[in-house]
Design a protein around this ligand. Structure first.
Ligand code: GLU
Length: 593
């Protein structure tokens, strides 16, 4: 053990790092480090091997993570480095002014931890602050910018579980921001889709519409201002944002967005003050935990609804005699009904009951041969569960759920010690609120649009001072016999929950391999009248599901997942999307033992 630890430390020094990597020893036998292999140059969605693995949506970010692992850093170090890199190469989904959730398996403690880096509402925000505002107006506004959580989350993650400084973790991102990366079709498409609003802000147009148009595919995109921002952040630390100069600039931008002269866009100013930034904290929270088929599934607790909603649906499925796509959709429908009524950043979310066997049995009673009437009513997680009751009339109504876009990003990272990171990072909409902080090279989030706008008396997700909007992000880690088996997650707003759930159903109930489980066509049922589905899903399951009362409607692309599975004998299988969102990048430390 000591020999290995020394070897790793020496590797860190030899690699020219200024930082001494000290990773605590673990009980489980490690995979010995091998000399670095030649870097792959192509993005590929599946990689198998040993000694650590990473899957992200982007080759540069995956390479940044692998580079940190190769220098002896651990999975958390690598995840923070990859997140910062995604802020450069996937700036419309991730960035230092966003937020996110980390689920982390600590191999030494054999324990799952989570870190909540969700944005908060400013203290001036109340339950009525978003009332009556058209959603589309809120999307591109100062008002929807939440107090950023990512930087505080990175610092906490590195302090608690990492071995390197923030300054060190930012280096790969700084390099790519300075040298540039090659614009791919996804980056181009996302820029073009945002061009109409990006042009309305001087700072955003200058950065992302050079010469008035999106940078062409194949060109090199540099962001020297972001490189400088990261450099100063590394030097000054998070205080530079949370109360310092950078924070003042964020507040000034939120309060008075740099609207292009002549623009007719009605850009509502925000309520954020420097004191809100000073008050921000990333928070360690206990994970949600359920057992499914004897495995332990850990997820993100409120303010995310990811852990509770995926967990409840799995518990319902476990009760059923057989599980196929009909059951998957129905269990999801029911757990979304409960999510809507009970889950938010409020005290007293009945998590234990929502994830209990008794409640699952009661909810499973509602699943029959045919799709249940819409909307499914929320259940009563009160601890008193009897035999299946007679079907009750539907009383509730629910606003239609809009199609969710491919926002956000998710990564998985593992290291040779057996630590595992599942990390969702987001700025909410693709392109956040569309407003770049002048001279700083990054976009602001519009996470506060995840609140219920109201009026909605009793809704657990109405805005309040300092409150975190309910999220759907569902980074998930599965242990089998106390050892990591699977880690996964996805972007996609509330479809994140169904994507994670469907991958687990595909893998465990339908017996697909992990690459097949990710590639398989998807559908998403979130207690809506119609079930959104990809064309492949409609082709494969449409006739049967329609005959059972489901109504399927096309959603061209759902999710962009990443996952890793721990195969026998220490073999790792890292998996990203083969085609969705342009395909992702999976890498392993070594292809041979
Ligand atoms: N804001 C979303 C959430 O927290 C994530 C962004 C997205 O994927 O739409 O659920």
């Amino acid at each position: 053990m000591i020999t290995r630890r020394l070897a790793v430390t020496v590797a860190g020094i030899l690699a020219g790092s200024s930082v001494l990597f000290v990773q605590p020893a673990v009980a489980s036998p490690p995979v010995e480090k091998k000399p670095a292999e030649k870097k792959p140059v192509e993005k590929r969605p599946v990689a198998e091997g040993y000694g650590g693995a990473v899957a992200t949506v982007d080759l540069d970010a995956s390479e940044a993570a692998l580079g940190i692992l190769r220098k002896g850093g651990n999975a958390m170090d690598a995840a923070v480095a990859a997140a910062a890199t995604l802020g450069v190469t996937e700036p419309y989904s991730a960035g230092l002014a966003g937020g996110g959730f980390i689920v982390y398996y600590d191999a030494r403690q054999k324990k799952v931890h989570t870190i909540d880096g969700r944005e908060t509402a400013p203290r001036a925000m109340t339950a009525t602050s978003l009332e009556g505002i058209p959603f589309d107006d809120a999307v591109t506004s100062g008002l929807s910018a939440g107090v950023p959580g990512s930087v505080a989350q990175w610092e906490l993650a590195l302090r608690r579980f990492g071995t390197i400084s923030l300054k060190e973790a930012l280096k790969p991102a700084i390099k790519i921001a300075s040298k540039g990366f090659t614009v791919d079709q996804t980056f181009y498409d996302q820029t073009a889709a945002n061009a109409d609003r990006f042009k309305d802000f001087t700072s955003t147009a200058k950065l992302y519409l050079p010469g008035g148009a999106p940078p062409p595919v194949g060109s090199t995109f540099r962001n020297p201002e972001l490189a400088e921002t990261y450099r100063t952040l590394g030097k000054e630390g998070g205080g530079w944002l949370y109360g310092g100069r950078l924070g003042s600039e964020v507040v000034a931008t939120v309060k008075k967005p740099p609207v292009t002269p002549g623009s007719t866009r009605n850009v509502r100013p925000g309520l954020m003050e420097l004191s809100d930034l000073k008050a921000y904290r990333a928070i360690e929270r206990p994970p949600t935990k359920i057992t499914y088929k004897g495995m332990d599934v850990y997820g993100m607790a409120p303010p995310s609804s990811g852990g509770s909603t995926v967990g409840e649906a799995l518990k319902i499925l476990e009760v059923l005699p057989k599980v196929g796509m009909h059951e998957y959709l129905e269990a999801s429908r029911l757990s979304f009904a409960d999510r809507g009524k009970y889950v938010g950043d409020i005290p007293g979310v009945p998590l234990q009951e929502l994830l209990s066997d008794g409640f699952a049995k009661e909810r499973a009673c509602l699943i029959g041969e045919r799709a249940m009437p819409h909307p499914a009513p929320a259940g009563d997680p009160d601890g008193a569960y009897g035999p299946c009751p007679a079907a009750s009339p539907v009383q509730e109504t629910q606003a239609p759920v809009p199609a969710e876009g491919p926002e956000t990003t998710h990564m998985v990272v593992t290291d040779s010690w057996g630590n595992v990171v599942a990390y969702n990072i987001t700025i909410e909409s693709t392109g956040g609120n569309g407003i770049v902080v002048p001279g700083r090279g990054f976009l602001l989030n519009n996470e506060l649009t995840d609140f219920t706008f109201g009026p909605a008396p009793g809704d657990p997700n109405l805005p309040a001072p300092g409150k975190r909007p309910r999220s759907s992000m569902a980074p998930t880690i599965v242990l089998d016999g106390g050892r990591p088996l699977l880690a996964l997650g996805s972007p996609g707003g509330s479809t994140i929950i169904t994507t994670v759930l469907q991958i687990l159903v595909n893998r465990w109930d339908l017996g697909m391999s992990l690459p097949d489980a990710l590639a398989a066509p998807r559908a998403t049922q979130r207690n809506t009248a119609q079930t959104q589905a990809e064309q492949g899903f409609i082709d494969r399951y449409g006739p049967e599901l329609t005959s059972r009362g489901h109504s399927l409607v096309l959603n061209p692309e759902i999710g962009a997942a990443t996952a890793v599975e721990f195969l026998p004998q220490g073999r790792l299988q890292a998996v990203a999307e083969p085609t969705r969102r342009g395909g992702g990048s999976a890498l392993v430390m070594s292809e041979r033992r």
